[in-house]
Structures are given as C-alpha cells and as structure tokens.
Design a protein around this ligand. Sequence first.
Ligand SMILES: Nc1nc2c(ncn2[C@@H]2O[C@H](COP(=O)(O)OP(=O)(O)OP(=O)(O)O)[C@@H](O)[C@H]2O)c(=O)[nH]1
Length: 206
Amino acid sequence: MTTRIRRKKSTLTELKIAVIGSPSVGKSALIVRFITKRYIGEYDHQTESRYKHEAMVDGEPVLFEILDTCPKADDEFPNAAELIQWADGLLLVYSITDRRSFNYIRRAKSDLQSDTPVQLCANKVDMVHLRQVSRDEGEILAKDFECKFSEVSAADHVDQVAEVFNELCKEVLACKRKSKQSLLERMLGGTRPYSRGKSDSNLPKD
Ligand SMILES: Nc1nc2c(ncn2[C@@H]2O[C@H](COP(=O)(O)OP(=O)(O)OP(=O)(O)O)[C@@H](O)[C@H]2O)c(=O)[nH]1
C-alpha cells in the first residue's frame, strides 16, 4: 500500500515594489541593504534592475520583487502607466542632501496618480551637515501624498531600512484585502440576505 503525502499549498504572497527617485539618491543602496543587510557604496548599473527577496512580514512569508529604476537625469521620469500597471506598491526616495531630488519626487508623484500604495523615504540622514530638505518638509509632502514617511540612512541603518519595505508591504496587503472584501460585497450585494441559521429543510413550512 502506498501512502500519498499531500504537499501543503504554498502560501507565499508575491508583491511587486518599484523604487523611484532621481539619480544617486541611494535607491540601490537601500534595496541591497534590505535584501542583504549590507551597505555597498558603489553600484555600476546603467539600466533598471530587478531583485527578488523572501522575507517574513507580520508572520507571513512574502516574496518581494523589487524594481530599481534608473533614471539617467533629474528630468527623466519613469513611464507612469507601465509602473502603475506593474507595481503593487511604490517607494519614493529622495536624499535630504539634494533639494532637486525632493522636487523630482513631487513631479514623479504627480504623474503617478493612482490608488497604488505609496511610501515616502528620505535617505542619507547620516549626512545631516549637508541637509537641504528639512524633516518637516518631508512630513508635509507625505501628508499631501497621504502616505507614511521616514528618514533613514542606507549607510548606517539596517532595521529602519527593513521597516520601510515592511511598512509598504503591510500597506499593500491591507489594500489588497480591502479590495478583495469590496469585490466580495459587490458580488454578494445582489443576493437576498440569509437571515436564518438553519438549512431550509429545518425551517417550519408556511
Ligand atoms: N552618506 C551616504 N551615502 C549614501 C547613502 N546611500 C547611498 N549613498 C551613496 O550615494 C551614491 C548613490 O547611491 P546609489 O545607491 O547608487 O543611488 P541610486 O539612487 O541607485 O543611483 P542611480 O542608480 O544612479 O539611480 C553612492 O555613492 C552611495 O554610496 C547613505 O545613506 N548615506
């Protein structure tokens, strides 16, 4: 007699995150910090890169697919329609040492008008002596975007950087749950509410 072992269905949640920001704000450094916990100072890539990383978020295994966008100049913006279609969440990054990178985010976000969850992240907070964008400005912009905001340093922080990705992940998962729920409600909306707890055969006949 053979015993068949049933494989447990995979419960891995897949999640696509696009990291957006002007050149040199530290997008690659943040992604690599999140994935490897290491800080690598120099990256030599001319095109966008994709990374895959599995992590536990709130006790749930999540497979992150992260797109590292690679604009060549401060006036080169990602293709908004393509990004919105691809991404479940958008991580908007600027550097506190570069006001143009802050302005880049404003402009990029105005192109990216959608319900896709967003998180705003100010990088290079270790370079506070070269600060050009105040924390208040970041907070005000995040309020404007109705999203979470944090100041971090890819160079110095490990947990705070992971927190940025995890928070965005939670936001995306909550958003997915909400839209699933409202879809279910819409589907059930047309049916008669079933108020009795017993099956029809047990109900008294009229
Ligand atoms: N001091 C400091 N430097 C950083 C930090 N993050 C990145 N850098 C430096 O900033 C430069 C750009 O970092 P990248 O990670 O390549 O930035 P990027 O946004 O991916 O740049 P592009 O690929 O050109 O779009 C590198 O010299 C990094 O070493 C940080 O938190 N603090």
